[in-house]
Design a protein around this ligand. Structure first.
Ligand code: ATP
Ligand code: LTN
Length: 330
């Protein structure tokens, strides 16, 4: 790998990719890929922290890779791979777990939310999930981690773990920074605009592979308020503010431009206009992903080569760590 600074990020194939994950994460991966040395991962080991249907997980992992490429990530420039193909993630995860406090993990808001949602299946995997995420990032000595707002706390914990390890054993890990976009960091549900848009809520959520008519239907039904003014005010007008963020992120317009464009027009004009902007944003992505999904051999070549290149980097870090903690060399 070259002298460029490094990026690591990943998304769980626990559901289909959403407009939220595109605007919060993938869009920035695409924007940063020339400036950084990037690794983009399909974190299937994270996905099984919540029960999955095996055949669906397998299909979605492959389709996620096709969608990464269709969004504009260049497989020639970036290392793209599947987490379970690089065993060093689990190995470093174990070591880092021994440098993480129970209390720190108990404070993670995602753990609190997800354990409330899956009260009948609160596994130790769900609890230690942020440790595996720290391993993902630290294995590659990543400088920057582009994610949505909800992942900031996990990246901060990763920094704390790295700092603690470095303090005990001397400089070992690069301390990563989260990269959170100014606009699109937290896209809200179209049905309940006070909740995050999430793949586990299909009604309030737009998927990258949704057909134009479904996208239009979802936007026309989006929950707003009983006012008529298209104005950005997340506290008083969460639904309209969310639609404005989506519109601006999709079109590249500023909030001022968008508010001016829809001044005096009412929601009956605004909502379908947002829908159309998203349809046009997603159309080429869906078409390209569908084309790529027909070429399994091509996708296989990419994730196999990706895993090989990732392992090369990961192994260097893991060997260093094993030595520092006092394991006997093989
Ligand atoms: P889950 O419903 O299981 O929590 P999710 O839909 O939040 O899943 P993730 O796989 O957890 O999706 O997120 C993938 C990436 O996309 C992360 O960087 C996350 O911060 C970002 N992201 C997810 N949803 C949104 C959203 N609504 N707005 C902005 N960014 C998002
Ligand atoms: N926890 C993240 C997914 C994730 C990730 C990572 C993101 C797993 N490992 C490493 C960035 C870097 C989520 O979106 N739920």
């Amino acid at each position: 790998m070259s002298e460029k600074k490094r990026i690591f990020s990943g998304i769980q194939p626990s559901g289909d990719l959403t407009l939220g994950s595109y605007m919060g994460a993938i869009k920035n991966w695409v924007a940063l890929q020339d400036e950084y040395e990037c690794l983009f991962c399909i974190v299937d080991m994270h996905a099984i922290t919540v029960r999955q249907v095996p055949a669906d997980l397998r299909r979605r992992s492959l389709s996620q890779l096709a969608q990464y490429i269709a969004c504009g990530l260049d497989p020639e420039k970036n290392i793209m791979f599947i987490q379970s193909h690089v065993p060093q993630h689990a190995e470093l995860g174990w070591v880092l777990g021994c440098y993480t406090q129970f209390g720190e993990l108990s404070r993670m808001t995602q753990f609190k939310d997800k354990s409330a949602k899956h009260a009948d299946n609160i596994t130790s995997g769900l609890f230690t999930y942020p440790v595996l995420m720290a391993a993902d990032i630290l294995l590659y000595q990543a400088d920057l981690v582009p994610v949505g707002e909800d992942q900031k706390q996990h990246v901060e914990l990763c920094r704390d773990i790295a700092q603690r390890f470095n303090y005990v054993h001397g400089d070992t890990f690069t301390l990563p920074e989260p990269f959170i976009p100014k606009m699109g960091a937290r896209i809200m549900s179209l049905g309940e605009p006070t909740n995050k848009m999430s793949k586990s809520d299909p009604d309030g959520c737009v998927f990258l592979m949704d057909k134009p008519e479904d996208i239009m239907r979802k936007f026309k039904r989006a929950v707003t308020d009983c006012d008529t003014e298209v104005r950005f005010d997340p506290k008083e007008k969460p639904g309209i503010s969310n639609l404005l963020s989506i519109y601006c992120t999709a079109t590249g317009k500023t909030l001022e431009q968008a508010q001016e464009e829809f001044a005096g027009q009412g929601y009956g004009v605004f909502k379908p206009a947002v829908g159309e902007a998203v349809v046009e944003l997603l159309r080429p992505i869906r078409e390209e992903a569908e084309r790529l999904m027909k070429d399994k051999a091509y996708l296989e070549g990419i994730y196999q080569e990706g895993a090989q290149r990732a392992q090369y980097v990961a192994n260097k870090t893991l060997r260093k760590v094993y030595k520092k903690v006092g394991f006997v060399a093989k």
